[in-house]
Design a protein around this ligand. Structure first.
Ligand SMILES: [Zn+2]
Length: 268
């Protein structure tokens, strides 16, 4: 249960998904949680870690609220890093429609404001970059859903136009992905786009330079860790919020994956 009237600061985080990383919430830094798809993982996915069940999202938010860890909207959280104000914020990569459908009600109930990093060239379409590696396609939010997301008080940021590996493409192409996604989202939704997110967390010095030049104030990576004063704003750390309520479930998933690959569980 959420306990807004009687938070218990420093209550240990017992939920399995946090117990490993719980120490970070006590450091006075900003923990940026990274989510992708809010849905049960389909049996055919090779990337189950990108799915979090809506019930587990609710449980994770309730536990952080209950432990007295402040949830700060992303834009404020980034500004808070330099001031040493601790807390957590919630980020969703890619703009999946299941986030709109399944996460939005949870965020509303828990009073949490989040940011979605949108692939500006694929609004209302599918995650074509995932299809290329054989993942079951998932629909992305359309423009109307993005507007509703904003109307609920949530933020949006840019996640390029087409979700490429930025350091691997020509610089002029990377420049267009970084600059044009900002411009396109600003034109389409009428809000300033101040934050960028690197697809796959892939970035190098040249990429960060372009992101700074485009006028973004922050850009999270997928590098694990909390954010303390001194963490570079264009290379922020994040914590992958996994759907891992029990080790047993993890083992079951591994067995299912190996079975799909035509292999048995090691040792059997
Ligand atoms: Zn992405």
């Amino acid at each position: 249960m959420n306990e807004p009237t009687d938070p218990q600061p420093n209550r240990p985080l017992e939920y399995t998904a946090w117990s490993r990383d719980g120490w970070m919430f006590d450091q006075g830094g900003v923990v940026i949680l990274m989510y992708h798809k809010i849905a049960p993982a389909p049996a055919t996915t090779n990337l189950p870690a990108l799915y979090v069940d809506p019930g587990d999202l609710d449980r994770q938010m309730a536990e952080l609220n209950g432990a007295g860890v402040a949830c700060i909207p992303y834009g404020e959280a980034v500004a808070a890093i330099g001031m040493g104000r601790g807390g957590f914020c919630v980020t969703f990569d890619d703009g999946f429609r299941n986030v709109f459908e399944r996460a939005l009600p949870v965020l509303k109930t828990r009073g949490i404001k989040a940011i979605q990093f949108l692939v500006a060239g694929l609004i209302g379409r599918e995650d074509e970059w995932d299809r290329a590696i054989g993942e079951p396609p998932q629909p992305l939010m359309d423009a109307g859903q993005v507007r509703e997301w904003l109307a609920e008080g949530h933020e949006i940021g840019a996640h390029t136009l087409t979700h490429p590996h930025l350091p691997a493409i020509p610089r002029e192409q990377a420049r267009a992905e970084i600059f044009d996604s900002k411009r396109r989202l600003e034109d389409q939704f009428g809000v300033p786009i101040r934050h960028f997110c690197y697809p796959y967390g892939d970035q190098d010095e040249a990429t960060r330079e372009l992101v700074g030049e485009a006028g973004y104030q922050s850009a999270p990576t997928v590098a694990f860790g909390t954010n303390l004063p001194g963490t570079p704003p264009l290379a922020l750390h994040r914590v992958m919020a996994c759907d891992a309520p029990s080790p047993l479930r993890k083992v079951k998933r591994k067995v299912a994956r190996l079975a799909r690959m035509g292999r048995g569980y090691p040792g059997r």
